[in-house]
Write a protein that binds this ligand. Sequence first.
Ligand SMILES: Cc1cc2nc3c(=O)[nH]c(=O)nc-3n(C[C@H](O)[C@H](O)[C@H](O)COP(=O)(O)OP(=O)(O)OC[C@H]3O[C@@H](n4cnc5c(N)ncnc54)[C@H](O)[C@@H]3O)c2cc1C
Length: 468
Amino acid sequence: MSTALIWFRRDLRLADNPALLAALARCDRIIPLYIDMPDAGADGAASRWWLHHSLAALDAALRRRGSALLLRRGPALEVLRECIGAGAVTHLFWNRVHEPEAIARDSGIKQALRADGINVESSNATLLNEPWQVLKADGMPYRVFTPYWNAAQKRGFDLALTTAPGTLPPLPPHLHGDTLAALQLLPRVRWDEGLSTHWQPGENGARARLDDFIDTALAAYASDRDRPDHAGTSCLSPHLHFGEISPRRLLAAVEQHTAAHRDAGLLQNAESWRRQVIWREFAHQLLHHFPHTATQPLDARFERFPWRRDYQEDLIAWQFGDTGIPIVDAGMRELWHTGWMHNRVRMIAASFLTKNLLIPWQEGAAWFNDTLVDADLANNTMGWQWVAGCGADAAPYFRIFNPVTQGEKFDPRGDYVRRWVPELSSVADSHVHQPWNAPQAPAHYPPPRVDLKASREQALAAYAGIRS
Ligand SMILES: Cc1cc2nc3c(=O)[nH]c(=O)nc-3n(C[C@H](O)[C@H](O)[C@H](O)COP(=O)(O)OP(=O)(O)OC[C@H]3O[C@@H](n4cnc5c(N)ncnc54)[C@H](O)[C@@H]3O)c2cc1C
């Protein structure tokens, strides 16, 4: 009798899961396992909240099919060896995580367990193409998105989906796991009500989001994706991060929908969304090939950038949405309340932090990592370095977002800022993005922490200093 351990990590789903399929094809019994690893890089509080609910959903899905999720805490290799001993395990399967620390850990584990005589196999469940599969003609990685996108399209995407198994063999007896509560993923001080009302973690929640997005928002995605006052994007990012849905399913669903409707406008919008999904792939291949960028700028000139040192007060004001710049504060409060922020507003808030406040991008990335439910090392690193001007395909440094004109363009009636900054509820549309110029400044809302024009000039001067 052969028994497989399936080590779930960022693939918390049963459908379209290659490791699960391989285990079922090769072995008679399976043990689905999740390890909470205190030695792994720290997940933020919002991510841990999501993980708690996603593990609960995965366990429920496994139980409906006759199995269950074994939860364990501890260093990965130690836990795996214990489970291998207790369950007479012959095979170990997992889906790859494409982050530098995980790659180092996993290759050590693979080597050690193979030496113990275990069959270890890993698969790709996270990306459409793995980081080493889309390279330039000279074998080097892409640093600019558009050629990467063209090359990825030329290579094509395998969109053959597999369904979740209908039944599963029961867990072998005598295996003991931890309870979900013992993992202590939920916050001790319960600040998470906002998250519960906005999200349904798990595979079913992911599928529902995808279906809803395709039915209601895909057809206007290209124009609405930049509007934080509209529900114009899919909000699938946390589901993708935890692997509750595969990017393959996203593209397959869009292909099916566009084939059924045959509409040129729809095709254009679908193309625009596919492009965003490929930005995620681009971010993962960047982190793979340039692992130092999780903490250091890709553009080495920025190592000399004169970031401010005495910024603690301004950083706290930014974190809690108290800068006096409406669209920045709205975004930071949306983040605090829901664990998510609209992409356009992420760019504006990040630009304000790094350029107007001259605070290092790593501070912003760390705050996002702690508070975003979709916190993702590859996407977060690329996003911050792109805005700060020091990453791949970065926005030119001198293109500094003006949060007033951005607000007026993408939230023209101020619905978004009023929703998150109620202090502005009685300010007229004409001044809602610059309340300091309103005939009567709103009570209880602070003046801007910096002068936008002067701080812009200061940022440009700092950049000129490192350009040579
Ligand atoms: C400073 C900054 C930090 C960011 N940090 C993260 C992060 O930690 N985690 C994260 O998932 N995204 C991050 N992003 C990218 C982007 O903001 C989110 O992926 C997007 O807002 C998710 O919303 P959605 O699912 O509705 O996206 P949609 O517009 O529906 O796009 C579909 C999917 O494509 C991917 N995608 C879309 N835009 C981007 C992008 N610019 N870069 C990479 N992938 C993209 C996401 O996986 C997304 O779910 C960051 C962007 C910036 C500017």
